[in-house]
Design a protein around this ligand. Structure first.
Ligand code: ADP
Ligand code: MG
Length: 256
C-alpha cells in the first residue's frame, strides 16, 4: 500500500516567484488495484508520478510504502523496495540484447523459455526478439512493449506508467490496451497508469482526476464521465484535440 500525505510541490520560477505544482495531494493506493490518473494537461500528473518514483522530492508532505516512510529515499532505494516506472520514452541500450534486459529486470538468471514468456505476454513473438539488440532497429511500439515486459519480469509492488499510449501507432495501441486488460486480470501489486484513453479508464478500479495540482475527484468510471468531459473542455478544446490526434497518429512526446 502506498500512501501520499498532503504532498505539496513548489518550484521557483525564473523571476524568483514560487509556483505551486502539487497542492496538497493525499491518496491511498491499495494492493492489487488498478488506478488510472487522468485530467487536463499541466494538472500535475507526471509530477505526481515523479514524486512517487523519487525523481522529485516534495516540498512538504510524506510518502509511505507499506507503512515505511520513503519520502527521503532515493530512486534506487525505492526501486529496491518495489516501485517501478515505465518511462514515456523508453531508453535504447546499444549492445544489450532483449534477453539480457529481461534478466537484469528479473534480477536472476532466466532461461530462454522463461524470458520468452514475458515477451509473449506483451504480444511479441518472443523467438524473433529475444536475441535482438535493444537499439534503434526496434520501433517505438516494440520498445514500449519490451519495456513493459521488463516491468512484468521485475514483478514489483507498485508500478507507474506515464501515458503508455503516447508515441505508438494505432496497431500497437490496440495491443497495449490488451496487455493492460490482461495485467488487470492477473494483477499483483498496485498499478497506477496516467492515461486519457477511454479503454484504459474502463478497466480502472478507481479513476483519480487531477487538475491544478489537486485531486478533484476519485471514483468509478460511471460516476466520473461528466467530470472527465468537463475537465477536457476546461483544458482547452485545441489542447485536447491536439493531444487526441497525437495519440491517434502516434506522434512522439504526448503532453508530458
Ligand atoms: N521542475 C519544474 N519546474 C517548473 N515547472 C514545472 C516543473 N515540473 C512541472 N512543472 C509544471 O507543472 C505543471 C504540471 O506539469 P505535469 O506534472 O507535467 O502535468 P501533466 O502531466 O498533468 O500534464 C506544468 O505547468 C509544468 O510546466
Ligand atoms: Mg504528463
Amino acid at each position: 500500500m502506498l500512501e501520499l500525505k498532503n504532498i505539496i510541490f513548489d518550484v521557483t520560477e525564473d523571476d524568483g516567484s514560487t509556483k505551486r505544482i502539487l497542492d496538497g495531494i493525499s491518496l491511498t493506493l491499495d494492493e492489487n488495484k488498478f488506478y488510472v490518473v487522468t485530467g487536463p494537461n499541466g494538472g500535475g500528473k507526471s509530477t505526481l508520478a515523479r514524486i512517487i518514483m523519487g525523481i522529485e522530492k516534495p516540498t512538504s508532505g510524506q510518502i509511505l510504502l507499506d507503512g515505511v516512510d520513503i519520502t527521503d529515499k532515493s530512486i534506487t532505494e525505492r526501486a529496491k523496495m518495489g516501485i517501478s516506472f515505465a518511462l514515456q520514452q523508453p531508453v535504447r541500450f546499444k549492445g544489450i540484447k532483449v534477453h539480457d534486459l529481461i534478466k537484469i529486470a528479473a534480477g536472476k538468471e532466466l532461461g530462454t523459455a522463461e524470458a520468452c514468456e514475458y515477451l509473449s505476454a506483451v504480444g511479441l513473438c518472443a523467438r524473433d526478439y529475444i536475441e535482438r539488440e535493444v537499439n534503434s532497429s526496434l520501433s517505438g511500439g516494440e520498445l514500449k512493449r519490451i519495456e513493459i515486459a521488463t516491468v512484468l519480469a521485475r514483478g514489483t509492488k507498485m508500478t507507474v506508467f506515464d501515458e503508455p499510449e503516447a508515441g505508438i501507432d494505432l496497431w500497437s495501441f490496440q495491443n497495449l490496451i490488451h496487455i493492460f486488460e490482461t495485467m488487470r486480470e492477473e494483477i499483483k501489486g498496485t498499478i497506477l497508469i496516467i492515461s486519457h484513453q477511454e479503454r484504459i479508464l474502463n478497466i480502472a478500479d478507481e479513476i483519480i482526476m487531477i487538475a491544478d495540482g489537486k485531486i478533484t475527484k476519485i471514483g468509478h468510471k460511471e460516476d466520473m464521465m461528466i467530470d472527465i468531459i468537463g475537465a477536457t473542455l476546461e483544458g482547452g478544446i485545441c489542447g485536447r484535440i491536439g493531444a487526441g490526434l497525437d495519440q491517434e497518429f502516434g506522434a512522439e512526446g504526448g503532453d508530458n
